[in-house]
Structures are given as C-alpha cells and as structure tokens.
Write a protein that binds this ligand. Structure first.
Ligand SMILES: *Cc1c(COP(=O)(O)O)cnc(C)c1O
Length: 358
C-alpha cells in the first residue's frame, strides 16, 4: 500500500477533511489580529522574573497541581474556597478536557455562532456531534432556537462566551438564565475577556450547579505562557481532572504565572488603558464610516462601509498592519473586520493607515 493510501485508510475522514489552524507570519507587523496585550512589563519587574526563571529546575517534572498558581488565582480572582480550580495549557486544553469527558456515543456540544472556533474544532477532534446555533442579526442570543436544540438534542455541553468572540458583546442575562435552566447538560461560561467586561459570572456558580466558569491569562498579557483555568464545583472538577495530563502546566509557566499573579495590578492597569483606547477606537472607526458593534472585550467588530473588507484588510497588510478579516466566514459577518485594540501608538498608526486607504 502507498503511504497516501495508508493515511487515507487509517486517519478518520473528518480529520482528513480539516484545514490545519492557520497562523500567518506576523514578523515586523503591527499585530492587531489576536487580542494580545501589546504592553511590556516594567524593567524592574522583568529583571525580577528573569532571576526567578534562572532558578527553575528544568530537569525536574513540574508540580502536578501548581499550588502557587492556584493560590494566586484564588486570591486575585476572588474564587471562594468551596470551588475548585483546574488548570489547562490554555483554555483550549480545558475545552478539550470538557469535551472528552462528556463524549459518550451520541453526545452533542452546542454553542452560538459566530463564536469561538475552537468549540467546534475540538468537538471534531474528539468525535462528538456539534450544533452551532446562529445568533440573531444584532448578535443577540436566539433564545428560542437554543431552547429548541436543547429540547431536541439535549446537548451534554454548552459553551457561552461572555463577552463573545468575535462579536464582542454580552448577551441578555435572562436569555443566559433561560438556557442554563432548560439545560440538562453542563454550561461553560467562557470569560476569556473578563478584564475588559462589565459583567462577571463567578457568582453564577452559586446559582446553578450545572455551570462552570472558564478563564485564561492569554488576553491580559500572557498569551505566550498558555494558561487557562476552570472554576467550579468539585463534583465536576474531580472528574475532569482524571483526564488531565499530570504535567500539563510546565515549570516555566508555573513560575511565570505565579510571579505575574503577584503583580496582577500591573496587568490590570494595562487593561484599563486598553479599555479607554477601545472607546477611542470605537469613535474613530465610526467616524471613518464603519458600522461598529458595542464591545466589552479588547477588540472591536466593525462592518465596512462598501463591501470592501478584503480590500481594506489587504491594504492594511501592505502597510504592515495585521487585523482579522471575518468576511467569507459566518454569513452574519459578511464585510466584517475585527480590530484588536493595541497600544496608543499602534492604534494611531492604524487610524492613519485607514484614513489613507478610505
Ligand atoms: C482567546 C479565547 C480563549 C483563550 O484561549 P487560550 O487557549 O486560553 O489562549 C478562550 N475563549 C475565547 C472565547 C477566546 O476568544
């Protein structure tokens, strides 16, 4: 048998049909495409961190439950003692753990769309059915459509990102509550953008025993570390923890995250700058003729004035500015671009470039 035939024979067809997750080359570009925090740490803090890293024992396996990181998270995020904290190699890994844990034959995962693409991709990897439920055209939840899927398919896992990516909005609380109350599955409130949002769902752990809350350090300035976390009742977390690889949080990540959490105020001050830059960017984009959508995150979704999203995207790229073009993806996002809010000087360069292009 040729290797091609062997691959075709062995690899699951849904895997062969996938396109590998594409990350473009961004060297030398102003990166406003991936919701990263653009700011550096103060020099003294950097130096202290480097000394700490120099003392890390790379020859030893990491601590299996990263107690310093857990303690730091509990403190800065005010997680009550009665709830557990499970760590993942980014929240992507936590999504994978949750999906694997519920993936009985016939089980399904549900999420609103357009939404975070990893929910669907990981369902495919794991081999569970996935149902994407379209949002309404104003990007609010289609409560009736979601309740209908719950009644018909009884999803084992429901992902609700609040704020949602790529739309940036929060959904009406009564819609969220109706879905959680109707569900006989586990509902994951994904708060990846919490530091930019006006609503925090941690207390929903008290209200609903079928809710867990997922967060990440990626959007507050530590995307390179890969650290995500899940907060919830021990009944859930004890089961999920059984399928977590024992050393999923490496030595350098543990040391760096514990350190960063001791200086969390620095990160939060940077996020405050980004929130104010976001309001400025909102005004500028609207002034340039974009239809902008309210954002509670560190990015803005904007619809282009004349069906020229791809043209604007390419022209910005030509000028070494990388954003995200959403046109051609979900039908609700036709002519849409997503701008990550950058540092003030990056945003100024973006505005100048747009003025030039439009
Ligand atoms: C960026 C993002 C994440 C974070 O993923 P990490 O693996 O922690 O970097 C999770 N959920 C949503 C909705 C996101 O946009």
């Amino acid at each position: 048998m040729s290797i091609d035939a062997l691959v075709e024979n062995l690899i699951r067809p849904e895997i062969r049909a996938l396109q590998a997750y594409h990350v473009g080359n961004a060297s030398g570009m102003i990166k406003l495409d991936a919701m990263e925090n653009p700011f550096q740490w103060p020099e003294a803090m950097k130096a202290e961190w480097q000394t700490l890293l120099a003392g890390c024992a790379l020859n030893r396996y990491p601590h299996p439950v990263a107690p310093e990181v857990v303690a730091g998270l509990r403190e800065v995020m005010e997680v009550p003692e009665q709830y557990g904290i499970l760590l993942g190699n980014g929240s992507d890994e936590i999504i994978q753990l949750l999906t694997m844990a519920v993936a009985k034959p016939g089980a399904c995962v549900m999420a609103p769309e357009p939404g975070f693409v990893m929910y669907k991709m990981i369902s495919t990897f794991v081999g569970t059915d996935y149902v994407g439920v379209p949002l309404k055209s104003d990007f609010s939840l289609d409560r009736d459509a979601m309740l209908a899927v719950i009644a018909e398919k009884n999803p084992a896992l429901i992902f609700l990102a609040q704020p949602n990516n790529p739309t940036g909005n929060l959904w009406a609380e009564d819609d969220l509550v109706a879905i959680i109350e109707a569900s006989n599955g586990l509902v994951v409130l994904d708060e990846a953008y919490l530091p930019f949002s006006s609503r925090n769902h941690l207390s929903w752990l008290d209200r609903f025993y079928n809710v867990v809350v997922m967060r990440t350090l990626s959007k507050v300035g530590l995307a390179g570390l890969r650290l995500g976390m899940l907060f919830g009742r021990s009944e859930w977390l004890n089961e999920i923890d059984k399928i977590r690889m024992p050393y999923n949080i490496n030595v350098l990540t543990q040391a760096s995250a514990a350190f960063a959490l001791k200086h969390y105020n620095v990160l939060m001050e940077q996020c405050a700058v980004l929130r104010s830059e976001r309001e400025n960017m909102m005004n500028v984009l609207a002034g340039l003729g974009f239809e902008t959508y309210p954002s509670e995150a560190n990015f803005i979704l904007a619809r282009c004035p004349e069906k020229n999203a791809r043209v604007i995207f390419d022209a910005l790229k030509e000028k070494k500015i990388l954003i995200k073009c959403l046109d051609g993806g979900h039908p609700l996002l036709s002519d849409c671009l997503r701008f990550t809010v950058g540092a003030p000087e990056e945003n100024a360069q973006l505005f100048a470039a747009l003025q030039d292009i439009l």
